[in-house]
Write a protein that binds this ligand. Structure first.
Ligand code: NAP
Length: 310
């Protein structure tokens, strides 16, 4: 089937924005539902994007949206909150609705280490979501699913590196929980390209792809990299497990929830993979030169006034 119209759930977010750009560059028509139009207003300048304010958790609304499209990409996800609802029940509902609406193609975003027996509620809910989607695909072979499991994703508008960029501006010493946690950061542009290519690449149907960058870093190394870019004199003090838990227990009650105990439990499993970024999706970019590249560019400079202390 030729795919022309794509329903992009979670399309207003950090990854979704990049996916929307790549889909449009490839000639697709994209609909992005959002809970609040102003959250997606940055997409308005893109051609062939339709932004609609909609409650995608309402089954009838989602069914009506799905019926008007040839493929669905589900990027909805959270770092704290009702994991069961967003990561398990919602992907299951999306897959069911694809079947009901006769949509033949579903791309589902998950996360590295998704596992119903994982150490955190986040990873467990991701595992349950994956299992539910695959069960529906198995029962309905006309629905072709591709699953993506990225490590932490970086980019100009990411939450992860930007959070540390914000912290080092204000604090001379960073007390860091889980300093030895391992990540293999992957660039948002590479993730978005993988998703866009997979839409019409038959060999990706029925497959799960871990998505990782070329290099593994500890959390402490990532923070030190950001400090190095800032040119500021900052110290990172790695906290032992007991203090990491205490810090997260405090932070999860503060606005913004910089880190929660569930996040810490997710970090018990290295967010790394021995499976390299698939060649099918093109070359993968390394974190250090990519971040330096966008910081150097005019666009990058405009994005980082906080970081530069302007
Ligand atoms: N960023 C990473 O490092 C990373 C790593 C691994 C996996 N992932 C996964 O990749 C996906 C995209 O991540 P992201 O960083 O782009 O997230 P994001 O910037 O927070 O965007 C999340 C999107 O999901 C939608 N959303 C969130 N909660 C919702 C809810 N309750 N109901 C309806 N829509 C909701 C938001 O739409 P509106 O606010 O417009 O309604 C938004 O478009 C997520 O599934 C995430 O778990 C991300």
């Amino acid at each position: 089937m030729i795919i022309k119209k794509i329903l992009l759930l979670g399309g207003s977010g950090f990854v979704g924005t990049c996916v929307a750009e790549q889909l449009i560059a490839r000639g697709y028509f994209v609909t992005v539902p959002t809970r609040l139009l102003k959250r997606a207003k940055h997409l308005l300048m893109l051609p062939t994007v339709d932004i609609v304010e909609a409650d995608i958790h309402d089954e009838t609304t989602l069914l009506n949206l799905a019926k008007q499209h040839d493929a669905v990409i589900n990027l909805v996800g959270i770092l704290h909150g009702d994991f069961e609802r967003e990561h398990a029940a919602f992907p299951k509902r999306v897959a069911k609705i694809c079947v009901q609406a006769g949509v033949p193609r579903l791309i589902q975003m998950s996360a590295l280490n998704a596992d119903i027996n994982g150490p955190s509620q986040y990873l467990q809910s991701r595992g349950r979501g994956e299992a539910a989607v695959w069960a529906i695909a198995k029962a309905h072979p006309l629905l072709k699913v591709t699953m993506f499991q990225p490590s932490v994703i970086f980019g100009e508008h990411d939450a992860f590196l930007n959070m540390f960029m914000g912290l080092i501006k204000f604090f001379p010493v960073i007390p860091l929980g889980s300093p030895d946690a391992k990540f293999q950061p992957v660039w948002v542009g590479d993730v978005a390209r993988a998703i866009a290519i997979s839409i019409e690449t038959y060999e990706t149907e029925g497959k799960t792809y871990p998505l990782v960058g070329p290099q593994v870093y500890s959390l402490k190394e990532l923070v030190e990299f950001i400090i190095g870019l800032s040119g500021k004199a900052r110290a990172v003090i790695g906290l032992p497990t007991s203090l990491s838990i205490l810090q997260a227990a405090v932070f999860e009650h503060l606005p913004g929830k910089l880190i929660t105990r569930d996040n810490l439990r997710s970090m018990q499993v290295p967010s790394t993979s021995t499976i390299p970024f698939p060649a099918l999706f093109g070359p993968v970019n390394d974190m250090e030169s990519t971040v330096r590249g966008y910081l150097k560019s005019n666009v990058g400079r405009a994005q980082y006034p906080r970081f530069r202390g302007d």
